[in-house]
Design a protein around this ligand. Sequence first.
Ligand code: PGA
Length: 254
Amino acid sequence: MKKRKILIAGNWKMYKTPQETREFLEELKSKVSSITQINIAVCPPFTSLIVAKQILEGSNIKLGAQNVFYEEEGAFTGEISCKMLKDAGCEFVIIGHSERRKYFQEDDTLINKKIKAVLKHSMKPIFCIGETLQEREENKTFEVLNIQLEEGLRGISIEDMKNIVIAYEPVWAIGTGKTATSSQAQEAHRFIRDYISKKFSSSLSEEVIILYGGSIKPHNIKELVSQEDVDGGLVGGASLSIDSFVSIIQNSIL
Ligand code: PGA
């Protein structure tokens, strides 16, 4: 038995219109309705959230968003606030995904502000961290993870830490078909849990959900979630088709 309840979350990225969302979630809902052993979530684009909320109400599938701005409201053209996401039914918000760090210049300071805003609005950040291929090859993985954790979690209380999900996503494994081996994932997850134990508390570190992300597929999820410190997955590409997402969900029930 796993110590923590596994979470499988789909990160749809910039895919699916509201109509496509409706069709997908109606089918997903019926296919996974009897699953209670693990937690399931989907993170569609903003324009699909309301439709998703309506379909998922009362189901065992939770809803998340992929980004947010930290200000309460105001003249911030193009941005979405926490209040809006909460109202749209979100329980989770992905923060600091490597694509946002790379293409939208999000840095650790901004990510820290977003994490705090999400917590303030009683939602759970899925805080993404991970090293690039170059950093791994230069043996800097743990140094990089340490900085991302230190900066991203600056000023976070023990109480708040209970509501943060961490996603370890090695940048070199995202969308590339290259998955970290289960031992590479376990090693990084152990490092993250040890960090939480040192900075917060050891009992809290045993509760925090740490997801793996990066080329999760139906055939590799079981071995990943069998690792002691891997509590589930943040799934990109393979969460977009019903068959593969449902298989991933089923294969992660140990
Ligand atoms: P991938 O994406 O599963 O397509 O590699 C994972 C992610 O970016 O969260």
